[in-house]
Design a protein around this ligand. Structure first.
Ligand code: NAG
Ligand code: NAG
Length: 485
């Protein structure tokens, strides 16, 4: 314990030190600083009307649509104002709690050297426990798209997931358990193009790699079983069906006719697997679209987001590409090399190795961007410094930097850019920086990782309004501004 005397002498020394610092950097520094803050306000800050940060948003029906290709689908946020499905809308605290589970699952999946579970669970044997507590939800991102399935085609609203591979929809007769969903549940007996896949077929073997679980059999039908986390799962028959993307009709698509599903899927009809393994929709449609898709995730009040398959879905002029990671490659996720971050036009003093050691993935289903601890602390402190004119508010869950903007008309928010390998600088949209919680609480929408081995995740709030191009054939990821609003 420090005695009062030594505390005092410490303070005195400290003040002398401060005085010496201010003396050794005379007036010139003040000039530079004020000059800088002038230019910063024009070029390095977003001026955001506080109205726009209000948690009670209206759906903006925009006329400017994204690309209008044949294979372009509309994306909406299932917690946003433009989602017309029956509401299971979540509060921000609930969204953050789900986000923690998703990230914990991703981190453990990536860190486990061999995660495959050889239990080969058989559908008939699975113990069904009805949802009485929230599940862990790797599969429950916030953005949904509508795809057509069957002949005649019916529409299903599926969660967009770049972090998993098998596409599934809840399916009659729901042998074990189907949660309530908005659309009538898919009925294989009403489609002329549905076929069960046999458990001896080579396609059934693809499941092991794609789901981490060996397939099993029900009669002669191949049974898949995916666990997204401790509690969230889907199991059912592997089947072949005609899928309709926009106006493109594609026969023979492998998907899950889901018979037992539990987790935080909301009232959506299932999941669209946009991952990299052979069973993902990206791989299965390779001959049609060349393993390229792009999307724009709209803001929570935006209505013109899109998912587009093929090379024509994005603007070649404005999209810049960074190669997939060579330092931390991933089979399952889209990994890239983040090397730096700028805040308010200034590159943070964080060495690229801080990011490269952890590695970075982009994920459509993680909400809040996660950064390595050593980078996050510098990032947050710089942001706070540049926002020091605003009143702080209490933290919320994993968001530790919050502001009270009540009584303020418009806020100057520092621009934030991510810098990827190849000097690809991606300026985040103004909506990708702060997230509104209540009238008196708006938080910086970034969080730090729990451990040094955890990788960075480019989350979906920060991806909002960007054109993001997933070019698995060219092993590169592209970013462009102004894809949607
Ligand atoms: C698919 O296989 C399962 C399990 O054998 C069976 O219950 C179901 O009726 C089959 N579906 C069709 C459409 O044949
Ligand atoms: C990286 O890009 C920025 C602008 O985007 C530019 O100012 C800078 O000079 C570039 N650096 C290198 C090393 O090319």
């Amino acid at each position: 314990m420090a005695s009062p005397v030594s505390m005092t002498s410490f303070k005195i020394i400290f003040y002398i030190f401060l005085v010496m610092i201010s003396i050794s950097f005379p007036l010139k520094k003040c000039d530079a600083a004020s000059e800088e803050s002038l230019t910063q306000h024009t070029t390095s800050f977003h001026s955001v009307p506080v109205r726009q940060l209000s948690p009670s948003l209206n759906c903006k029906s925009t006329t400017s649509a994204g690309p209008t290709g044949k294979s372009t689908l509309k994306i909406v946020n299932r917690n946003g104002a433009c989602y017309r499905g029956e509401s299971s809308k979540l509060t921000l605290s609930q969204i953050l709690s789900h986000d923690k589970s998703r990230v914990a699952s991703i981190q453990s999946r990536l860190q486990a050297s061999s995660t495959s579970n050889t239990n080969g669970l058989i559908l008939e044997d699975r113990q069904i426990s009805l949802p009485n507590k929230p599940g862990n939800d790797l599969g429950t991102g916030n953005y949904v798209v509508t795809v057509g399935l069957g002949t005649p085609k019916k529409d299903y609203t599926l969660i967009l997931d770049t972090g998993s591979d098998l596409t599934w929809t809840q399916c009659q007769p729901c042998k074990k358990f189907c949660y309530p969903q908005n659309d009538p549940i898919f009925n294989p007996f009403q489609s002329s193009t549905y076929y069960n896949i046999s458990c001896s077929s080579p396609q059934c073997y693809l499941l092991r790699h794609a789901t981490g679980h060996a397939a099993s059999c029900s009669g002669t039908t191949c049974v898949y079983d995916i666990q997204y986390g401790d509690e969230s799962f889907s199991a059912g028959f592997l089947a072949k069906e005609t899928v309709t993307l926009g106006t493109d009709v594609l026969p023979g698509f492998l998907f899950g006719c889901a018979q037992n599903n539990q987790g935080l899927y909301g009232n959506t009809d299932g999941l669209l697997g946009l991952g990299r393994s052979q069973i993902s929709i990206v791989s299965q449609t390779a001959k049609n679209y060349g393993r390229v898709f792009s999307y724009c995730l709209p803001t929570w009040s935006g209505s013109n987001g899109y998912l587009s398959f093929g090379k024509t879905g994005y603007s070649v002029k404005t999209v810049k590409f960074t190669p997939f990671s060579i330092f931390k490659p991933s089979e399952n996720f889209y990994s890239v090399d983040l090397v730096g971050i700028s805040v308010g036009g200034k590159r943070l003093p964080v060495l690229p190795t801080v990011f490269l050691t952890a590695g970075t993935i982009i994920d459509s289903g993680t909400v809040v961007t996660r950064l390595p601890q050593a980078a996050y602390s510098v990032f947050r402190d710089t942001f706070k410094q540049q926002m020091k004119g605003y009143k702080l508010a209490p933290a919320l869950s994993l968001l530790d930097t919050c502001y009270d903007f009540s009584g303020v008309d418009s806020v100057n928010v520092p621009k934030i850019s991510f810098i990827f390998r190849g000097n690809v600088t991606v300026d985040l949209g103004a909506n990708g920086i702060l997230v509104p919680v209540s009238e008196t609480q708006t938080c910086l929408a970034f969080a730090e990782n729990n451990g040094p081995a955890d990788l960075a995740i480019f989350g979906n709030i920060q991806q909002q309004t960007l054109q993001v191009v997933f070019d698995d054939a060219g092993r590169r990821l592209g970013f462009g501004p102004g894809g949607c609003s």
